[in-house]
Each structure stands twice: as C-alpha cells, then as structure tokens.
Design a binder for this molecule. Structure first.
Ligand code: NAP
Length: 500
C-alpha cells in the first residue's frame, strides 16, 4: 500500500487532496497537522474522510513544522484518537504519554536526519515495546549499506514495520521496503513537494516503480552513479519492464566513488540482478567483474553489469548503440538525401574526450570510419586516439577539415544551457550527418541548426534508447520494447527541469 503524505497550510486544500487521492485509488493518507496554519480542526479533517488516515504532527527536530507548544501537540494527538482517527503517529519519546483508546492504531516512530544508527535491531525492539501496532523508522542513509541494514531489519521484524532510509542514497528503500515485508511506504502528493529527503510522488511510486506489484520474488535492477537523482534510466527501464510484464524493478543507486567496492561486494544482499553503470564508476567497476565482452576490453569501461551464479559479467552497450543509431538514421530515406547502405560515412569528427566520445570513436573505428577527436583537453583526446587508433586535434582546430559526420560527445547544449552549441553553425555543411549524443533536450541548438540547413540528424534519444534496449536484452533475454522506451524518455525530458 502507498500512504500519501499531505502537507498543506489550509484545511480545504488538505481535504481536496485527500479526496483526489481516494478518487485515484489511494487507500491510506497521512495528514500532517504541523503544516496547517492557524488552529487545527481535527474533527473537520476526519469527518467524511474518503479513505483511512494517519494523523501526524511533527516537531522541527523530527523534520516537521510544528511551532506551538508540546502540550498543544499532545492534545491534538489525543483529540485525533478520541475522534476515531484510523492511525496516530507517535514519536518514541512521547508514545507513553498518549494512551491507547478505541480502535485507533498506534504507529510508533523514530527519525534520525543525520545517520542510520548502528544497532537498528535494538532501536526496533525499543519501539515495539512502546505498545506499537506498527513501527516506523526513518533514518538518513550516508552509505548504501545503511539501506541494506534497514531492509534486513524490516525483513526480520515480527511487528509490521515501515523502515526507510532518507536522502537520495536511501531512495531505493522507499520502494524495496515492500519486498522486505513493510505494510506500506510513504510518498508525497507531488514530486516537487517532498516532506522528507528522498521522497517521491505517489504517481512515480505507483506508475514508474509499480510499488503495488512488488513482492519477495521481484528482481532488482538499477543504475549506479553519483550523482544519480536526475538519471532518466529508471523511467526508461521501468516503462520497458511494465510493457513486457516482467516482475522486476529498476532503481537509482547513488553510490559515491569511495563506496563502490563495498556496494558491489554486498550485491547479493539486495539482491541485485543487473546494473547500468555510469559516472564515476565505468572504469573502476571492472576490478569486480569475472567476465567482460570484447567492447569492455577494448574501451576499458563498462556501462552494464549482469549478476549471475558464476560472478559478474560486464558489457559496454554505448558503442553499439552509437553505431546502430547512425546506421538507422542513414537508412531512413528523406527528401533531401538518398538512402545510404551500411554506415555510409567515411570521416567523422568527435567532439569531447570522455566516456561517450571514447565509445563513439571506438564504434566508428570498428566500422572503418576515419575518426578525429577534438577536445578542450588535448591530452585526453590524444589518449583516446592512441587507444582507438584515430587522430586527435586541439579544440580550436575542430573547424579545419571537412568531415562528413560530426558527433557531439560533450555536454554542451544540455539542459539548462540549451542556447549553447559546441560547433558554430557557420561551419556546418548540408552534406554532414550531425549526431548529438545529448538527449535532454533532444532538439539541441546544434540539432536545430543542422536540421535547418538540411543535414541528416541522429539524436541522443536514439542512442540512449538503444543502449538501454541492449541492456534489457542482456538482462531479460528478449527484445526490448523500443518505442515504449523512446516515448517514456521523450515524456520525461519534456517535463525535466534539471540536467540529467
Ligand atoms: P565526460 O566523461 O565527463 O566527458 C565530457 C567531455 O566533454 C570531456 O572531454 C570534456 O572536456 C568535454 N566538455 C565538457 N564541457 C565542455 C565545454 N563546455 N566545451 C568543450 N568541451 C567540454 O562525460 P561523458 O560520459 O563522455 O558524457 C558526455 C555527454 O555525452 C553527456 O553530457 C551526455 O549528454 C552524452 N551522453 C549521451 C549518451 C546517450 O546514450 N545518448 C550516453 C552517454 C553520454 P574536458 O576533458 O576538457 O573536461
């Protein structure tokens, strides 16, 4: 069950959101009395309620907004019980000051906004001893292992327990607590109006992560990165899992560089079935793998891991995705240019010398294209040139030679810097194929200017969907629903406010 927390200043807004949620099938809401401005009318909030409620009134020390006296707060909680609230949330230090009465169930809660305490079992035991019907523990995750300890505590508990970690490191626990046996999880009314760090909106919880369908058998996949909060991989992969009706969920795992070894070593405790890997882990992850495909060996970086009985297998799907995207675009006939067989480009200029540039340069070289890499930091492009067998030029030399393919593998033009382009339009030529790996937005300034003069275009959306689709096939052994993934990505980038 998803419990949606409502934190609004006015009673009528609380009541309206409550009704809206019940109309949309939500079966439990938390009414945060500490958000209400002025005198709180508990009776009004409970009258004719369209679905069961948890009454909560948090002090600032527990992440709330209550500014009045503690006496008034306790009185409010007792009033809620007398008025027949379905549940009341009582922090552990006040739990015994508010007696059980009637049918109201007691949620005994503990919050720690700084850390996840070392002995969760002892904390849990203390809370169950406070006349609890449900135990709730929400603590800050500073380390991915905090999540595991939390989920293991939920799994071991005899009393129904909601155990979640806060912050973006802790986000996976909000979804996976169901898999560990939690009676419900908390979500917010709106993605942008979070009441605690790491919370997500109920629609994301229900429609993207499919919380209600998670069971102990659900397999766990995800993207490991730092930062990870704005990754669109969860949107794309979960859309594909839903379409293919696969019992699996795909989550964002924020893992700082210095914690990656411990995270991978503990993979069996989640347990993880597969991971997408991105900055800053693509290279360091290789020390954990048992097998790797030829592309990983050649490129020296992996973007995909599959966890099996025989160990971890590593793959690189970026290079194939880049070449396939280019091929697909060139196969598509349009009015300006006749259809081209094969890759159809002889020379390519790749802008940038990071992971994306390396994968694209490698993929193109494999197909016999004469590749030149231009980057701000010449040493980085020289390194790629030596490894891949191509040329390197200084950033300022990028306009010197004619190329029939231009690839942007820098973040220039990415949201929010949508007015920037890495290649001045004066130097674009209509015979060029222009491939921008940036996918947010899809129509970058470079893409728009190149399209305006009749260039063939390949967008980052195409590459992103294809690299994810190859991952899907590696993990699930069947073709990915490309169009569903493409649509999900386009919807997400259309509504994204942050860089990804
Ligand atoms: P990365 O490893 O950080 O490399 C970024 C490269 O861009 C570096 O060479 C960097 O130069 C250069 N750069 C950064 N800002 C620049 C600027 N203002 N002007 C000129 N050069 C600049 O990142 P990455 O993993 O390669 O990713 C690069 C971009 O590729 C991403 O932003 C993303 O949009 C895109 N991408 C797309 C896909 C897809 O599937 N569509 C997949 C991966 C990446 P220095 O070395 O001098 O810092």
């Amino acid at each position: 069950m998803i419990c949606v927390s409502i934190g609004r200043g006015r009673h009528r807004h609380v009541i309206a959101e409550h009704k809206h949620l019940a109309d949309n099938g939500i079966q439990l809401v938390e009414l945060r009395l500490d958000y209400i401005q002025g005198a709180v009318q508990v009776k009004r909030l409970l009258a004719d309620r369209p679905c069961p409620v948890i009454i909560t009134c948090r002090r600032p020390v527990d992440g709330g907004r209550w500014e009045k006296s503690e006496e008034e707060r306790l009185l409010l909680l007792r009033t809620a019980i007398v008025e027949g609230a379905d549940y009341v949330d009582l922090e552990d230090d006040i739990a015994m000051q508010v007696p059980r009465y009637g049918k109201t169930k007691r949620i005994i809660s503990h919050h720690d906004f700084h850390k996840t305490p070392p002995d969760l079992a002892a904390l849990h035991k203390k809370l169950t001893g406070l006349n609890a019907d449900i135990v709730k523990i929400a603590t800050m995750a500073n380390h991915p292992t905090d999540n595991l300890r939390m989920l293991e505590m939920v799994r071991a508990s005899k009393v129904p327990t909601v155990g979640v970690c806060m912050g973006d490191i802790g986000m996976p626990t909000r979804v996976l607590c169901r898999r560990a046996g939690a009676p419900f999880t908390y979500a917010t009314f709106h993605d942008d109006r979070v009441l605690a760090p790491g919370q997500i909106g109920w629609r994301q919880m229900r429609d993207i992560y499919r919380y209600e369908s998670i069971s102990t058998a659900t397999r766990v996949y995800g993207v490991v990165a730092d930062p990870v909060a704005h990754s669109l991989s969860p949107v794309v992969h979960n859309a594909a899992l839903k379409e293919a009706d696969i019992d699996a969920v795909y989550l964002p795992f924020r893992v700082p560089a210095e914690q990656i070894d411990e995270f991978i070593s503990a993979a069996g405790r989640w347990p993880l079935s597969g991971l997408s890997v991105t900055i800053p882990h693509k290279e360091s992850i290789l020390r954990h793998v048992k097998t790797q495909d030829d592309l990983v060996t050649a490129i020296g970086a992996a973007n995909t891991l599959a966890f099996g009985e025989g160990g971890i297998a590593a793959f690189n799907t970026d290079a194939i995705a880049a070449v396939e995207s280019l091929e697909a675009a060139l196969r598509e006939p349009d009015a300006a240019t006749p259809p081209t067989e094969g890759l159809g480009v002889k020379t390519a200029l790749v802008l940038g010398a990071g992971g994306a540039a390396r994968a694209v340069a490698f993929g193109l070289r494999k197909r016999g294209v004469d590749v030149t890499v231009a980057s701000r930091t010449l040493e980085r492009s020289k390194k790629i040139a030596a490894e891949v067998g191509c040329k390197a030029v200084d950033w300022t030399a990028r306009y010197r030679l004619p190329y029939d393919c231009l690839v942007n593998a820098t973040p220039v033009g990415m949201h929010p810097n949508v007015d920037e382009t890495p290649f001045d339009k004066e130097h674009l030529r209509s015979y060029m194929v222009v491939f921008d790996t940036v996918y947010n937005p899809e129509n970058t300034l470079l893409v728009k200017e190149a399209r305006a003069i009749g260039c063939r275009i390949v967008t980052g959306v195409e590459m992103f969907v294809r690299q994810a689709a190859i991952q899907f096939k590696i993990w699930h052994g069947r073709e990915a629903p490309h169009q569903v993934m493409r649509d999900a990505l386009k919807r997400a980038t259309a509504s994204a406010k942050q860089p990804v």
